[in-house]
Design a protein around this ligand. Sequence first.
Ligand code: GLU
Length: 481
Amino acid sequence: MTVRVRFAPSPTGYLHVGGGRTALYNYLFARGQGGTFILRSDDTDEARSTEEFRADILDGLRWLGLEWDEGIEAGGPMESYRQSERLRRYQDVAAQLVASGRAYYSFATPDQLDEFRKEAQAEGRSPAYDGRFEPDPAEAAARVAAGEPATVRFAVPRPGETSFEDVVRGTVTFDHVQVDDFVILRSNGTPTYHLASTVDDVDFGITHVVRGEDLLSSTPKHILLTEAMEAERATYAHLSLLMGPDGKKLSKRHGHTAIKAYREEGYLPEAVLNYLALLGWSPGDDDTLIAVDGMIDRFDLSTVSKNPAIFDTDKLQWMNGVYIREMPSEAFVVAVQPGVEEHLGRSLDDEEVATLAEIAPLVQERTKLLTEVPPQVAFLFADIEYDENSWDKVMTKEGAAAAVAGAAEWLSDVDYWSIEAVETALRAMLEELEMSARKGFQPLRVAISGSSVSPPLFESIAALGREESVARLGRALELMT
Ligand code: GLU
């Protein structure tokens, strides 16, 4: 058997971190088994599906590196991998199921169903609808032929139960008393999720359905439908839900939930992927850092935890910092340059890129998000604006002006411009003024970068160059005196 799995997002929202994890586990399982990873679009909800969400999901998957083998934009043996283009097929299956007696036309009104549910609840019976208000098949057929609108419901066999071995959760059993005669086709001819999803899983030859736990209670319906279609049921694996650190269902209160937001905030796809992998799975030892090839080698669906996974943005951010520190310096420059250029509103010339490269390793060491970098290094490439807080705290102190004046003088005298020479000159200046490094260097930092938070001082001055450094010291001095 060749493994065939699918990721089946609905384009009714941005790619969610939970969706990212579902896609990743499908991908890892497929790659590890030499199988096929399929992307389909569950876009039957026309009102809520948008082109923007469709594009975001594809972009997000590609950004994470989760390339699919078959499906949307990749093509494959099926004519279409969009549910909105397969409506005829769903209608045909519904008609076949009615013909074989596994489904029926339903005319029950919402009021009738409502009353039935209320009554059942009041009497402590299951509120699952069992078709009690429906006419016999001959009358139903006549009414449909006469043009009366009807939904199509699946006739759940009762008594009975559906049981399956979930790869993550073990044996799961649903008594059919609890399962509604669920609608498969609406009166306007559109399929419900249950019908469209099951028909696709059958037609696409899906062997393993790996998806979120929120769909667990749909699975008996899908199995009943699959068997009514005389197809073989897939193996199911339901992944636990994601929670925030407070143990509540993950929501925007806990931080961003869209993959896109992490991308925009300066996360590396490798770090996000690594973090997503650990939400319910562990490579088996203390190795929290693992690249995708290692994941593929070691991923085992049957060791995925059924306990809720905690999504902790602090941990993700920590992991991102680790990945940033591990990047080759050249790659770091390439990664931050577009952000720096956007911040400045212009592109950097070759000399400026060299300056960025010079300072990059020092910034890289302390960066957790790529978006922190542009404001920190912009002082190298543009006129500075003094951060008001930094100015008030540092530049009004006694001795600050003397340090700035002293630095301008000492730096003007440096023979051979280098980081070491800058440091030697500035330390000599401190000695001459009998000042501590703390007291003497903070004003220089503000004068040079505009802020008391900046990359290391000597390196910043060295990268900025003598002329510009001395000019900035002079300008600050003018404002101070
Ligand atoms: N389209 C469904 C969703 O976005 C998932 C369908 C499935 O995996 O069966 O939640």
